[in-house]
Ligand binder design. Sequence first.
Ligand code: ZN
Length: 242
Amino acid sequence: MTLVAFLSGAGISTDSGIPDYRGPNGVWVRDPEAEKLSTYGPYMNDPEIRRRAWQVRRDRTLLDASPNAAHRAIAELDQRHGIAVRVITQNVDGLHQAAGLPARKVVELHGSARSVTCTGCGVRTPMTEAVARVEAGESDPACAKCGGILKSSTVLFGEHLDDRVVAEAVAITKGCEVFIAVGTSLQVYPAATLPGLAADNGARLIIVNAEPTPFDDRADSVLREPIGTALPELLRTLGTPV
Ligand code: ZN
């Protein structure tokens, strides 16, 4: 069994209509105030920030987005005989799972925007339920169990990544035979440490990204073509005996 690990970033989901919030045209660049909606302190302390954050969640197309050819190609690779796939993702859109990859094979470094977490009791419920309450007129829906403040199950600015999630990503990175970084600039921790770790442990390193990354010189191959065509083509040939 060949373990193929992917590290995916915002670039894999732009074909699904999800903007890159940190990119050159990102929402946060155009509207610095918007960043407060995703920062833990202001979110917890200011009901007006939460009210605005719920309106953004209601309006966002993220919950309606569909997986694209790259997500599907990764899910299909997992079906292939002799290959095991694991995905480590910086994305919170849930599109790898929507493409058919089992949830247990996806490590979400920054959490998921498809659910909400109570900051009081920790219970997780679907985002669609919370958004339905906002649409029904609640400006800042509270936890139905304990009355606590609800937030998206994503890692906000000012919050730490989950240690267990990072440990799982490291274990996958160390154990894989092939490591493919796709649609990530590899500049944010822990994504910035994983390709080097994979290469140090003997994995073949492949980078698929529109822009140069700090790891291009360590990679066995670098693909600059659009992800939606480059990744399916790459995966078709992967593991084919030559
Ligand atoms: Zn609660």
